[in-house]
Design a protein around this ligand. Structure first.
Ligand code: ATP
Length: 440
């Protein structure tokens, strides 16, 4: 059986991974062998306007052939935890679902995949849940059912891990996590861990500033490496921890599209030639347009920091691949850049007065469209000189800095390494993993 949950938090606190962890702990207290694999932290459509932060949902797999009394107990304790710990408020619509593994049919898988690329309706989620005979409960308008279902139905080909360490949810205010230790793990373990410390912008990335119970989270390729890195992190005393399998850092949200096929709320990889050179607007955002016959506006917003300097070096005629999320903005359909690949650089020239081919002196213009004359020997010439300008940028991939990266975006350090640590991943035994904090 799968348990899916979502939308338990608000901007004021709580976190769906924390509530999932409380549920897992309570189930393990019944019998440690009821859960044999780490829960999944699934990031859904990053352009979803209803999200609180990273549009995450959680699913937990219970082993097969559990007796009906235990299943009843699991459902009842899970409902209670959701009811007691979820935030409340207008934009918080907590939900929990229980589905049999064999109910995850084609329809559920397609719905789950679409939850990464489209905006889905609550009605559609409810009608699927009814058709597959799932047990579910929700508060508010039921929106949490969308993520709960998608977190159970999404198939992961590529995946990574996140080890999340929590403080008690009653504790609020500034979190004490040492920046120095975050720098240390980034230096020591990258690329096997990623997105821990942004050395370019001097920003610690493991500890969220919001008032959620997450003290810090370390993302990486295998459980072992995350546990080793966590032993270096110096922080206030943690309360609990959990390990999640996740689609973070996999690019699962991106779909290849031609410009004319791009829809709002999707995330795309699209190719085009720059038809309007980059320009900077108030606030420091940089825009340009690409075209393949049809145009789309691309944006590198101010939070992308130094990435904008790369964009400013581009010019009309350059061929690029643009990666990013698409929204309808005040400027029209806009692709919010996460990464670009420069495929071809156009040649640009400086136009200069020619040199005299007889005496080598610089020639002088005789008037608009009338050509040039040498001041010394009076020779005439109609051609100006085209001096090629060095482009100061190379073909290849460029990404936004770590501090501006979306959870789902694959960091360049992961390119080509997706399967490198496969063997080490499956050595991990989740039944032996202790959620209660005893010092990692
Ligand atoms: P956090 O990452 O801190 O857990 P969040 O950013 O995940 O918070 P939620 O509070 O879970 O935000 O709110 C997102 C809401 O949007 C949920 O109700 C979820 O079911 C719903 N949702 C997720 N994906 C889609 C989608 N593709 N279309 C419509 N609704 C969606």
């Amino acid at each position: 059986m799968l348990i899916g949950l979502d939308d338990t938090d608000s901007v004021f606190g709580m976190c769906t991974t924390y509530i999932g962890t409380l549920i897992i702990e309570a189930i393990k207290d019944i019998d440690i062998n009821l859960i044999k694999e780490p829960p999944k932290l699934i990031r859904l459509n990053p352009n979803n306007p209803y999200k609180t932060r990273g549009n995450g949902a959680v699913s937990i797999r219970i082993v097969e052939n559990v007796d009906s009394t235990t299943i009843k107990k699991i459902k009842s304790l899970s409902f209670d935890i959701i009811r007691n710990y979820s935030e409340s408020g207008e934009n918080t619509n907590p939900a929990i679902i229980f589905v049999e593994d064999n109910s995850i049919n084609n329809e559920v898988e397609i719905f789950s995949e679409r939850a990464l690329h489209e905006l889905l309706s609550i009605d559609e989620a409810v009608s699927i849940l009814k058709r597959i005979g799932a047990d579910y409960e929700f508060m508010g308008n039921g929106r949490g059912l969308i993520g709960s279902l998608a977190s159970c139905g999404l198939r992961l080909e590529d995946f990574t891990y996140e080890l999340i360490v929590y403080r008690n949810h009653y504790k609020r205010g500034k979190k004490a996590v040492s920046e120095k230790s975050a720098m240390e793990i980034e230096k020591k373990y990258s690329p096997r861990i990623f997105s821990s410390y942004d050395f370019i912008n001097n920003r610690m990335m493991i500890s969220p500033h919001s008032d959620c119970p997450i003290l810090y989270g370390i993302r990486g390729e295998s459980p072992e490496i995350l546990l080793e890195a966590a032993s270096i992190i110096d922080s206030e005393k943690p309360y609990k921890r959990n390990l999640f399998i996740t689609n973070q850092g996999t690019d699962m949200h991106l779909q290849k599209k031609n410009i004319e096929e791009i829809l709002p709320y999707s995330s795309v990889i699209t190719e085009g030639i720059i038809s309007k050179s980059p320009y900077t607007v108030l606030g420091g955002h940089v825009f340009f347009e690409i075209s393949n016959g049809k145009e789309i506006l691309c944006a590198a917003y101010e939070p992308t920091k130094g990435f904008r300097d790369i964009i400013r070096k581009l010019t009309k005629g350059d061929k690029i691949k643009a990666y990013g999320g698409v929204l309808e903005t005040q400027y029209g359909l806009t692709l919010n850049l996460e990464r670009i690949e420069i495929l071809e650089l156009s040649k640009i020239y400086k136009i200069e007065k020619p040199l005299c081919h007889i005496c080598g002196n610089q020639m002088k213009s005789i008037g608009k469209d009338k050509g040039y004359r040498c001041k010394k020997c009076h020779t005439k010439n109609n051609e100006f000189s085209k001096i090629p300008i060095s482009r100061d940028i190379e073909l290849g991939l460029y990404e936004v800095p770590m501090c501006a990266k979306r959870h789902l975006s694959k960091p360049l350090v992961r390119y080509g390494r997706e399967r490198v640590y496969e063997e080490e991943r499956f050595k991990f035994d989740y039944t032996k993993f202790d959620i209660k904090f005893e010092g990692i």
